[in-house]
Design a protein around this ligand. Structure first.
Ligand code: PMP
Length: 381
């Protein structure tokens, strides 16, 4: 996910559902910390928890009670998780999950799905090009690339053969489908993947960095009804500060107390623990998610109606509080986010992360802004 737009946006302040630019302009924010801020910017409970903690120290070089409470809350919300290990980011958490899987299985290779994002490090920076051949970003060692196999979930028949030689340590996926539900996964595919992992002794890793605690207190896995071996968290669980976690079955997580090393200066740091715990306590009952979903449901239908009124062919759909927009005309689609920004609303590319604090005034303004942006796009065509 990028912070780089052209022209770049420089933000000086954010509160609730809004942010303000250096030139004083105000935007309704739907990037929401790249999905982290389901309670909006600077939620009072999170601010208070962080302010209190920063005055009590940000690093103890020792364990602390907050991390225990934080882990216990995660364990209580996600039934597949018996133990938790904290990291300093979502990227590190997926990296750790794959290390646990390799240690547990004694195997090296991993299977990932096309367009599914798990961070920027080498093992997951492999994808398929338009002809279906593996490609990496520059700087990835060939030896690493060879151990990552990419399957296209739109060709489910290619899944089973990838497991034939039983050398796969882990199958990692975003259970929402790529880009937090922009390319949904067939639940049947997820169930087949679970069965295949069981048959072949492969660990199933769900990357719930975006979906965890946002889609529901129990994450996407509580919706699809498939239990992973390991789950990766980030974003919402860290309350808008840098952080992540891996959780899973006890016997897998216990490898971390024996042969598997995972040092890190900021793992489970008290400041992130304070923000994460304050956030998770509020979202634990599901009410903020329901509020964000309800807002998103209305916005989704209003934006679809605006497309129809202006006569732009396209589709608006939604996974819980995350709305996706796709215009049929590729040139128009490429200009949509910028046109929306000019009208005062900021999406993450063409996806909108709604929060529990977006208001009815935001809703009205977002509908008008969307319609104005569409008219402007069409008039410049
Ligand atoms: N997995 C998914 C599904 C993500 O969307 C992201 C970040 N956008 C990551 C992992 C990496 O998390 P982080 O940016 O905290 O390293």
């Amino acid at each position: 996910m990028a912070r780089a737009y052209t022209p770049a946006l420089y933000v000086t302040r954010a509160l609730g559902s809004h942010k303000w630019l250096v030139d004083g302009r105000e935007l309704i924010d739907y990037t929401m910390g790249h999905g982290a801020l389901i309670l909006g910017h600077a939620h009072p409970a999170v601010v208070a928890a962080v302010q209190n903690q920063v005055a009590h120290g940000t690093h103890y070089g020792a364990a602390h009670p907050l991390e225990v409470e934080w882990a216990e809350l995660i364990v209580s919300l996600v039934p597949s998780v018996s133990e938790v290990r904290f990291t300093a980011s979502g990227t590190e958490a997926t990296m750790l999950a794959l290390r646990i899987a390799r240690a547990a299985t004694g195997r090296d290779s991993i299977v990932k799905l096309r367009d599914h994002f798990h961070g920027w490090y080498d093992a997951v920076s492999v994808d398929l090009d338009s002809s279906g051949s593996p490609v990496t970003t520059a700087g990835v060692a060939e030896a690493v690339r060879r151990d990552t196999h990419v399957i296209d979930p739109k060709a489910p028949e290619t899944l089973a053969p990838a497991f034939d030689d039983r050398t796969v340590a882990a199958l990692i996926m975003e259970p929402s489908g790529a880009r937090y539900g922009r390319e949904p996964l067939d639940p049947e595919f997820i169930r087949a993947a679970r069965a295949l992992c069981n048959e072949t002794g492969t660990l199933l890793v769900f990357d719930e960095v975006v979906t965890g605690f946002r889609i529901a207190p129990g994450g996407m896995q509580s919706i699809v009804g498939v239990t992973p071996d390991l789950t990766v968290f980030g974003k919402v669980m860290a309350g808008g500060l840098p952080g992540g976690a891996v959780g899973g079955r006890r016997e897998l997580m216990e490898l971390l107390t024996s042969t598997l090393k995972h040092p890190g200066t900021f793992n489970a740091n008290p400041l992130t623990a304070a923000a994460g715990l304050a956030t998770l306590r509020i979202v634990a009952n599901g009410a903020p998610q329901r509020a964000a979903d309800a807002y998103a449901r209305t916005l989704e239908s209003e934006w679809q109606a605006a497309l129809d009124v202006v006569g732009v062919r396209g589709r608006v759909w939604r996974l819980s509080s995350i709305i996706h927009v796709q215009l049929e005309d590729a040139a128009l689609h490429a200009r949509l986010a910028d046109a929306l920004r000019k009208e005062g609303i900021d999406l993450l590319n063409t996806s909108a992360f709604c929060s529990a604090v977006h208001s009815l005034v935001d809703l009205d303004q977002s509908v008008f802004a969307f319609e104005r942006a569409l008219r402007e796009l069409v008039s410049d065509r």
